[in-house]
Design a binder for this molecule. Structure first.
Ligand code: C2E
Ligand code: CA
Ligand code: CA
Ligand code: CA
Length: 398
């Protein structure tokens, strides 16, 4: 059972390090009180605010019962400087040997379950479900190793995909509006690895932080270079994971990069998925405000596929909504899908947002979305993601 205390950074910042450490000791004591030493190894602490408990002879319902007990036990407030502080935690569980055959693997998949839960709702317990990742533990460990190697040995590749504008006239000229940065791993034996496989592992392991920093640095360097060479691209969009926002430092890193590459913040778009909004967390709000204050734009990525309610649209400062490609496949043949896309575009506009439609693979899909008022389009029909070096030459002729 892997446990992670939520918002601990906030407690440290508000009350100071000493109070934070004391609180962690109190939390650990309270957790330990609930653990039967006959059934459970001593509680282990990981990182600053994470704990692991290992139980003998336990099944899935048994683990869920323990998780509930531990969680319930957190409901009573803790005392910090005579103030009552409420603490919530997320838990992830994994079973030996069903989910992983080694201690290392077990820790890994429990952590993954925890982070999946955390993305959806704070204060939740989740049992690892292999089907949601399609990866056995030994493959995840291998992927994490690949990621480490790619980071240290020049194995990451930056790809860029154009985002275009056009008006809805037939054969209207397509113009480049901006690019999206997409990362790949170039594996010495297995060839190019897709981010859909390694990004979840990067998020669970924390390697998303150096990875995100690498992508941002390369992307900014590319934009500066492209601008010097006369490419008329306005913006570059970066994908940002929840974990990167919660880790802090994103805004400072971006500001520093912009200054070094002499780029205006107005040319930067940060894309986050709806799941980032689930943790009703001041860190998200503050980061968004700071990014806006810097001059960057914010985009909601994969719109319509997440689990959050639309209420965040009222009070979070977005500029762009990107309609997920799952809404686009039949947009030119299925009237219901066309109606849905048209309604999403209209809603975006009513809220003052610019609307991008992703996953355009066919001319008819492009025309339909343009006719419904889409501001920008992205997809294989216009161009696949290209290696940074090729992108420049190719985009000039787009
Ligand atoms: P995304 O942000 O939704 O990125 C768009 C994905 O759709 C890209 O897949 C792109 O290649 C693909 N795509 C573009 N046009 C079409 C099309 O017409 N048809 C189809 N079927 N697909 C199209 P990719 O590059 O494999 O990236 C997958 C996901 O990985 C991204 O989805 C994003 O969530 C994540 N990702 C990629 N790079 C990064 C990164 O640097 N940081 C983070 N945090 N996530 C990243
Ligand atoms: Ca935490
Ligand atoms: Ca994206
Ligand atoms: Ca997307």
């Amino acid at each position: 059972l892997h446990m992670d205390i939520n918002h601990f950074r906030w407690i440290n910042e508000s009350f100071g390090q000493d109070a934070g450490s004391q609180l962690l000791r109190d939390i650990a004591n309270r957790l330990e009180d609930q653990l039967d030493p006959q059934l459970c190894l001593p509680l282990a602490r990981l990182g600053s605010d994470e704990f692991v408990a290992a139980f003998a002879d336990i099944d899935a319902p048994g683990l869920a019962r323990h998780a509930r007990t531990l969680q319930r036990n957190m409901l009573e407030p803790f005392e910090v400087f005579d103030q009552q502080v409420f603490v919530s935690m997320n838990l992830g569980g994994a079973l030996f040997p069903q989910h992983a055959a080694t201690a290392e693997g077990l820790l890994k998949v429990a952590e993954l379950a925890l982070h999946r839960g955390k993305e959806r709702s704070p204060g939740e317990y989740r049992l690892y479900r292999p089907s949601t990742v399609h990866l056995p533990a030994h493959e995840m460990i291998a992927l994490e190793r690949d990621l480490h190697r790619a980071l240290n040995e020049d194995g990451l590749r930056l790809m860029l995909q154009p985002i275009v504008t056009a008006d809805s006239q037939p054969n209207a000229r397509v113009t480049l509006a901006g690019v999206e940065a997409l990362v790949r791993i170039e594996h010495p034996e297995r060839g190019v690895l897709s981010p859909d496989t390694f990004i979840p592992v990067a998020e669970a392991s924390g390697l998303i932080l150096p990875l995100g920093a690498w992508v941002m640095e390369q992307g900014l360097a590319w934009l500066a270079d492209a601008t010097r060479q006369g490419l008329d691209t306005q913006t570059i969009a970066f994908n940002v994971s929840a974990r990167e926002i919660h880790a802090g430092g994103l805004v400072e890193r971006l500001a520093d990069g912009l200054e070094r590459h002499d780029l205006a913040a107005q040319r930067i778009i940060l894309e986050v998925t709806e799941n980032v909004m689930l943790e009703r967390d001041s860190v998200v709000r503050e980061t968004f405000d700071a990014l806006r204050a810097l001059g960057c734009k914010l985009a909601i990525d994969d719109f319509g596929t997440g689990f959050s309610s639309l209420s965040y649209l009222q009070h979070l400062p977005f500029d762009i909504v990107k309609i997920d490609r799952c809404f686009v496949g039949e947009v030119h043949t299925a009237p219901r899908q066309a109606a849905l896309v048209a309604a999403m575009i209209e809603m975006g506009h009513a809220l003052g947002l610019s609307v991008t439609v992703e996953g355009i693979e066919l001319h008819e899909q492009a025309s339909r979305c343009l006719a419904s008022g889409a501001d920008h389009l992205q997809g294989y029909y216009f161009c696949r993601p290209l290696p940074a070096a090729e992108a420049l030459a190719r985009f000039i002729t787009l």
